[in-house]
Design a protein around this ligand. Structure first.
Ligand code: GDP
Length: 692
């Protein structure tokens, strides 16, 4: 029944408060998935089910949900608006086929709409736009379109116009079909009523319709010929062309409504079906076949070998570990076995679930193009590819940025410490941009994340959901260490001989900077078998342990290649533990001798401001050790400055930018690379705050 053509995988993206949650609620209500309408201001909205989300009235986690409308399955992936949750946005964009970009009819293009728009550009996601809050005082539909063109350079075209506006907003007119609809007040807008097109709109319809058709025809060769020859073009032909142009990202159809006043939601769903791509309207996914080491593609076809991407792992109090997957090709039924390509591990699918916010429904199988959650996968992490065990392929993984901020946690009691350990493991499994480690000396736990809000929310969830008492430190930059020199033949010994069985481990190591400067590399080149093969793994573990805690300030060490070149063993006393300790000692000493330096995260910062504020913003950046790369003044309303700035200089930047630009500037920031901290800037004692 539901072939590929009847599936839409969409996200709804917006600036905070534009009405995304309200709109999603209405969609779920009208499509019959839910019987009571939740209101955000009452804190009962279905999609926002975490306590923090309800309290803050914002959406943090990307919950996937689905609904059916006019014979189509629509999977909705809820995308968060805040930049600290980049990983959530990344994973959504990765598995979406199309996006509904939501705008506030009064505020028009807000800073976060710009950020999300750029992210969608990067992933080439086809879009339609919905101008919400048409009922608000000051609502101006055509102004939003003008701002989209001006500030986002979006090829936006009106496909609807509102009937009335502000308190008199009644419904919508479809420009192509020249038909008008209102929404029944009696049943919360559930009944859509077609009405006569109000005569006073004739002129406006005529001119906007002509503009729309012109924009479509000038981009579609076959229609252009007819248009120029002034031949008749049918509405169907125009809609087909508009669908194609939207799927290719050449046009963005713009609609309007008021989610809160229950108007325009069903007509938006019509447009999702009419203009946004089905899974086989987008190019097939590509990946690398491990055995052949070459690229192949997987077409969205249920007869092709199975391939899917795990885009979110979430623990669930009722069913345990849930893995959200986007199926790209093939089909799979409950009880069948899949391969986790990264781990080369086979895993059985115990259950397949359709997710509706926090409710779920068991289904028996899933096919190409669909999005579901599965239960039973143990080894799978975000970004992993799952395939038919006979046809493995690595799909392009989700880009996981490095965490850049640390916060120290000090559990109050031993019981708190134990609970904290379990919680940390769970959170880092769910969110790959969240990491943690324990400092053995101080007992402090250091958690790392993408930004202040990211860490604040996680720490808050942990303390609250698990009832852990802990002292929470201030956020600090996550520094790294590396080496600039080489240390050769460094010895490490761990020998205890006290009657009975002793300990004997002895290694000789070299350390040097690794080629790409990033990974930690370990090799063995032992001559004469002085260190038996069975201890190589323990030696490697010792190296990695030592690299966790650098010689300068105890930050993790990166960009190091360590080579085991010699050592010795004892036939009775040698053990894995002894070799691990010996190797850790040798590595620590070697790092000290190899000219260690401190690295700091350098952020790629992009700032958008009206031209008048440009000078001041650049001046301010210069005091923050910024390396400005480009300044684009093509659009005087929205000039962009791109540059690299150390994270340490970016604390409180949002506030500073706001006050320097009277709230008109916006910025995004993401991790770029690590760079050596200039000697005079090196953090000292207190400034690091946390003793790592
Ligand atoms: P989100 O942050 O994008 O998820 O936005 P919400 O759905 O939480 O909405 C933010 C606020 O705007 C809430 O108080 C909503 O009731 C209100 N709101 C949402 N849609 C509309 C609308 O169409 N008209 C008006 N007047 N208010 C709306």
């Amino acid at each position: 029944m539901n072939g590929l053509k009847n599936i839409r995988n969409i996200g709804i993206a917006a600036h905070i408060d534009a009405g995304k949650t309200t709109l999603t609620e209405r969609i779920l209500y009208y499509t019959g998935r839910q019987h009571k309408m939740g209101e955000v201001h009452e804190g009962s909205a279905t999609m926002d089910y975490m306590v923090q989300e309800r309290e803050r009235g914002i959406t943090i986690t990307s919950a996937a949900t689905y609904c059916s409308f006019k014979g189509h399955t629509i999977n909705i992936i809820d995308t968060p608006g805040h930049v600290d949750f980049t990983i959530e946005v990344e994973r959504c964009m990765r598995v979406l086929d199309g996006l509904v970009a939501l705008f506030d009819a009064v505020a028009a293009v807000q800073p976060q709409s710009e950020t999300v728009w750029r992210q969608a550009n990067r992933y080439k996601v086809p879009r339609i736009a919905f101008v919400n809050k048409m009922d608000k005082i000051g609502a101006d539909f055509l102004n939003v379109i003008a701002k989209m063109r001006e500030r986002l350079m979006a090829p936006a075209v009106a496909v609807q116009i509102p009937i009335g506006s502000e308190a008199n907003f009644l419904g919508v007119i479809d420009l192509l079909e020249e038909r008008a609809w209102t929404f029944s007040e009696k049943d919360l807008g559930a009944t859509v009523i077609e009405i006569e097109v109000p005569p006073e709109y004739r002129d406006e319809i005529k001119s906007l319709r002509a503009e729309l058709i012109e924009r479509i025809c000038e981009r579609d060769d076959s229609l252009l010929a007819k248009y120029v020859a002034e031949e008749h073009i049918t509405v169907k032909e125009i809609k087909t062309a508009l669908r194609q142009l939207t799927c290719q990202g050449q046009l963005v159809p713009v609609l309007c409504g008021s989610a809160f006043k229950n108007k325009g939601v069903q007509t938006l769903l019509d447009a999702v079906i009419d203009y946004l791509p089905a899974p086989d309207d987008v190019p097939p996914i590509r990946g690398r076949v491990p055995s052949k080491d070459k690229e192949e593609e997987r077409r969205a076809d249920e007869n092709a070998p199975f391939s899917a991407l795990a885009f979110k792992v979430q623990s669930d109090p009722h069913v345990g570990k849930l893995t959200f997957i986007r199926v790209y090709s093939g089909k799979i039924a409950k009880g069948e076995t899949l391969l986790n390509v990264r781990e080369n591990k086979k895993e059985r699918i115990m259950r397949i679930l359709r997710m509706h916010a926090n409710h779920r429904q068991d289904i028996d199988e899933v096919r190409a193009g669909d999005i579901v959650a599965v239960v039973g996968l143990r080894s799978v992490l975000t970004g992993d590819t799952l395939t038919d065990p006979k046809h493995p392929i690595y799909l392009e993984s989700i880009h996981i940025p490095e965490p850049v901020l640390n916060v120290a946690l000090e559990p109050k009691t031993r019981a708190d410490q134990e609970k904290l350990g379990t919680a940390l493991a769970k959170f880092s499994e769910e969110d790959p941009t969240f990491r943690y480690r324990t400092d053995e000396e101080s007992g402090q736990v250091v958690v790392s994340g993408m930004g202040e809000l990211h860490l604040e929310i996680i720490v808050d969830r942990m303390l609250r959901e698990l009832n852990v008492s802990a002292k929470v430190g201030r956020p600090q930059v996550a520094y790294r260490e590396t080496i600039r020199g080489v240390a050769e033949g460094v010895e490490g010994k761990f020998i205890r001989q006290t009657g009975g069985r002793g300990q004997y481990g002895h290694v000789i190591l070299n350390v040097e900077p690794s080629d790409d400067g990033k990974e930690i590399v370990f090799e063995e080149r032992v001559v004469g078998g002085n260190v038996p093969k069975q201890y190589f793994r323990a030696v490697e573990e010792g190296v990695r342990e030592a690299l966790n805690c650098g010689p300068l300030k105890g930050y993790p060490v990166i960009g190091v290649k360590a080579t085991l070149i010699d050592g010795s063993h004892h036939p009775v006393d040698s053990s894995e533990l002894a070799f691990k300790i010996a190797s850790s000692l040798a590595t620590k000493e070697a790092l000290r001798r190899a000219n260690p330096v401190l690295l700091e995260p350098l952020m790629l910062v992009e700032i958008t401001v009206p031209e008048g504020y440009l000078g001041e913003v650049i001046g301010d950046l210069n005091t923050r050790r910024a390396k400005i790369e480009t300044i684009d003044t093509n659009n005087p309303q929205a000039c962009t400055v791109r540059g690299l700035v150390p994270l340490a200089e970016m604390f409180g930047y949002a506030t500073s930018l706001r006050s320097k630009t009277q709230g008109r500037g916006s910025f995004t920031m993401e991790f770029h690379s690590y760079e050596e901290v200039p000697k005079e800037m090196a953090p000292v004692g207190e400034e690091i705050g946390v003793k790592l």
